[in-house]
Write a protein that binds this ligand. Structure first.
Ligand SMILES: NC(=O)c1ccc[n+]([C@@H]2O[C@H](COP(=O)([O-])OP(=O)(O)OC[C@H]3O[C@@H](n4cnc5c(N)ncnc54)[C@H](O)[C@@H]3O)[C@@H](O)[C@H]2O)c1
Ligand SMILES: [Zn+2]
Length: 368
């Protein structure tokens, strides 16, 4: 990857600085001055991340003011029960409004700690320190926080813009290959929806950036794209829908398989299906589809629906999508690599007939 010209430009999302770089955890009080002056800092993390990277944060912040609350790793922790447990622990510890929550971990910790901060004493600041590629390029940026419910994922939450996002690239050194792939799916998505040069750079870097500068360019470029979209549409009234490319089908696959397929893998398949819909509806070029078919396997990501998957179930789950209106599902569709298609009315989502969705799903089933 050749570093982009603007690779060192400061990033901002919802007025919060987004720092991307190496060895940043050691610099936390300098990067986020409020951390140096806060009465207490509540670090919320999971046991895996704590063991690998927690000490650096404790050392940087100083032990006296820091309360560390750890959770078991994984999506199962992202519940209202856990939210209640964390909140109670903070109340018992006497944490006041002059405290800051620091989320250290992947998107699960970011969403959960963000929601704790959004609601604790009606809201205290949160600093997002994402440690997965997915969280750095996606979950930590944009201020969305949530917990899951038995009725579905992310159904209870709040918008709570972080005070700052600090993405220390050094933490990615310990990230397992499968988790790296989850984030690469979102980085490739960002290339498709917004920037062909960025797409080319990510593809060249696959399966993983060869050096520190290339990793910086990948994360910074993706964070910049998400920051740009969020800045233009902070509350999801319009353009922010393009971030959902691949996700309408991905969420349907996740529901139909009871989340047995990892999110990034579902997004990879979802991008293939939705690029197929773009071709079938005449909205987009076949180039996107071919480019995705070439790139995704190089990131160890799938390009087809497993044969064992019930297409009817996926189609039904798609029809139940949040973005559907009156039975017709609406999709964010790529025109070409780097540009999403608008409707004649200037909308970023396109109503698609169920028959076309079904045909596209059938097009994308793995061959024997
Ligand atoms: N708020 C948003 O806008 C937004 C956007 C996208 C996704 N999300 C949410 O993000 C979550 C998924 O995030 P995720 O993929 O980061 O999953 P995750 O937080 O579960 O992390 C994945 C795994 O990697 C481990 N891990 C984290 N950092 C590590 C490191 N540096 N080294 C080694 N292991 C590490 C974790 O312990 C965990 O087991 C979902 O709950 C999703 O809903 C939110
Ligand atoms: Zn996603």
């Amino acid at each position: 990857v050749t570093a982009r010209l603007d690779a060192d430009a400061p990033l901002v999302a919802l007025d919060s600085p987004v720092h991307v770089g190496h060895a940043l955890l050691d610099e936390l009080p300098r990067l986020v001055p409020a951390l140096a002056t806060a009465h207490r800092v509540v670090v919320i993390t999971d046991t895996t991340v704590d063991a690998l990277h927690g000490a650096r944060v404790r050392d940087a912040l100083g032990d006296g003011r820091t309360l560390v609350l750890t959770l078991p790793p994984g999506e199962q922790a992202k519940t209202r029960d856990t939210w209640g447990g964390l909140t109670d622990a903070m109340l018992v510890a006497g944490i006041g409004r002059d405290a800051i929550v620091l989320a250290l971990g992947g998107g699960v910790i970011g969403d959960l700690a963000g929601f704790v901060a959004a609601t604790y004493l009606r809201g205290i600041p949160v600093v997002q320190c994402p440690t997965t590629l997915l969280a750095m390029v996606d979950a930590a940026i944009g201020g969305k926080t949530a917990v899951d419910t038995p009725m579905g994922k992310n159904l209870v939450g709040a918008f709570h813009a972080p005070l700052a996002v600090v993405a220390d690239l050094d933490t990615l050194a310990t990230l397992p290959a499968r988790e790296r792939a989850q984030g690469l799916a979102e980085a490739l998505k960002h290339g498709v929806i917004a920037d062909r040069a960025y797409w080319d750079a990510v593809v060249r870097a696959l399966p993983w950036p060869a050096d520190a500068d290339a990793l910086h360019a990948l994360v910074h470029g993706s964070a910049a794209i998400k920051c740009g979209v969020v800045a233009r549409d902070p509350h999801e009234h319009g353009e922010r829908a393009i971030l959902n490319f691949g996700h309408t089908i991905a969420h349907a696959i996740e529901r139909a398989t009871d989340y047995a397929i990892a999110h990034g893998e579902a997004v990879a398949i979802g991008m293939i299906v939705e690029a197929t819909i773009a071709v079938r509806t005449g909205v987009g070029t076949a180039e996107v589809l071919q480019a995705l078919r070439d790139a995704l396997p190089r990131a160890a990501l799938p390009v087809s629906l497993p044969r064992a998957l019930d297409i009817d179930l996926v189609a039904a789950a798609t029809a139940g999508d949040k973005k559907s209106r009156a039975g017709t599902v609406r999709f964010a569709l790529p025109a070409t690599i780097g540009r999403m298609a608008c409707t004649a009315e200037g909308e970023w989502v396109h109503p698609v007939e169920p028959a076309i969705v079904r045909a596209a799903l059938h097009d994308c089933v793995a061959h024997a």
